[in-house]
Design a protein around this ligand. Structure first.
Ligand code: SAH
Length: 263
């Protein structure tokens, strides 16, 4: 008789909320358009409810799981992908080790979901697509338009490099154990335009500095650049960061870069 498999006990500190419905799992995996993708990385496969559908895509796939108990469970459940189950912390792995363009997918552990996104942004020339489950608030913030309360650093930085799409939301009862918050699935697709037409490091710095004091005008927040009065008369400096689109931030970056060159 086949030995029955033990189930993984959910661990709070690892953000383990297991999705219960295989139909929903399929719906998530279907959001990943694998055209032009060379490898798929699933973050946090857990007990493999998404994994099952990812395997059916017949693409080179890797399953990154920090939890030993889950990894052991998965290796037994999916013998055919045993060698592709990587027992590591996603935040610590080098994405250069995987064939790009990479598609990243997962029902992300909510405690590190922003860090996952910032890692994707750092590796934007390797990661072409992302499909991820986030806590609803974060999912919405990533896709948010300028001029709204939740528009912030993560919205600008993601949208600078990726087209975003809010796919659907899920209530807590779809998970075991249910999280305290609603969840949302979003997808990201790398923009065709690969560079921003400005100094990207300076762009990052300006976006972060601007939002550190989101109630202040840019004239105030960007004092550190010692801008000349002439430049500071530009109406863009009267604005607050949440009203600026990615294009506006690129424009602002170029104004500041030019000033620093000519100074
Ligand atoms: N995909 C599964 C599990 C989601 S819960 C499902 O949908 O049911 C989040 C998963 O991420 C857990 O399995 C957890 O162990 C894993 N995880 C948490 N932190 C991680 C990290 N830093 N790197 C890789 N996996 C992580």
């Amino acid at each position: 008789m086949k030995k029955s498999k033990s189930l993984v006990k959910p661990k709070k500190n690892l953000g383990q909320h297991f999705l219960k419905s295989s139909d929903v799992a399929k719906k998530i995996v279907d959001c990943l358009n694998t055209k032009n993708i060379s490898s798929i990385l699933e973050i946090g496969p857990g007990m493999g409810i998404l994994t099952e559908h990812i395997i059916n895509l017949s693409k080179k796939s890797y399953f990154i799981e920090i939890d030993k108990e889950s990894a052991t469970y998965l290796k037994e459940k999916f013998k055919q992908i045993e060698d592709n189950i990587v027992e590591k912390d996603f935040l610590k792995i080098d994405l250069k080790n995987f064939k790009s363009p990479i598609g990243v997918i997962g029902n992300f552990p909510y405690n590190i979901s922003s860090q996952i996104i910032f890692k994707v942004i750092d590796n934007r020339n390797l990661v072409d697509k992302v499909v991820g489950m986030f806590q609803l608030e974060v999912a919405k913030r990533i896709c948010e338009n300028p001029g709204t309360k939740s528009y912030g650093i993560i919205s600008v930085l993601v949208q600078a490099f990726y087209e975003t799409k809010f796919e659907f939301m899920l209530e807590p009862e779809y998970f075991n154990p249910p999280p305290k918050v609603d969840s949302g699935v979003i997808s990201l697709k790398r923009r065709k335009e690969k560079s921003l037409n400005c100094n990207e490091n300076l762009f990052f710095k300006i976006v972060k500095l601007s939002f550190q004091q989101r109630r202040k005008t840019l004239r105030n927040s960007l004092k550190i650049f010692n801008l000349s009065n002439n430049i500071k008369e530009d109406v863009i400096f009267d604005k607050r960061p949440e009203t600026l689109s990615v294009k506006d931030f690129v424009h602002l970056t170029n104004i500041i870069a030019n000033e620093n060159i000519s100074a």
